[in-house]
Design a protein around this ligand. Structure first.
Ligand code: ZN
Length: 93
């Protein structure tokens, strides 16, 4: 009680909600790049996914279409693959 409540976000994969810190943020930067945003504070539109391999797999399925839809961005195959590697590195960290 009294503690400030953490913002709640929706996972793009399972559509479940969770506190921001339990989710990994992916951001579309003002330059139009799609990157992992480990601190969750980067400028730009954000998409969230559970830090869970099953959700990450779903989020990256079909060329990352769930992420692309939420970020309202086209995600070429190469970009989606790079993002996938970036997310995996972040989950291992
Ligand atoms: Zn999820």
């Amino acid at each position: 009680m009294g503690a400030r409540r953490e913002p709640v976000r929706t996972c793009v994969a399972c559509r479940g909600t969770a506190g921001k810190r339990e989710l990994l943020r992916i951001v579309r930067t003002p330059q139009g790049e799609v990157r992992v945003d480990p601190a969750g504070k980067g400028a730009g539109r954000g998409a969230y996914v559970h830090r869970d391999p099953a959700c990450v797999r779903l989020a990256l399925a079909r060329g990352g279409s769930a992420i692309a839809r939420v970020l309202r961005v086209g995600l070429p195959r190469e970009e989606a693959a790079r993002l996938g590697r970036e997310i995996e590195r972040e989950l291992e960290a």
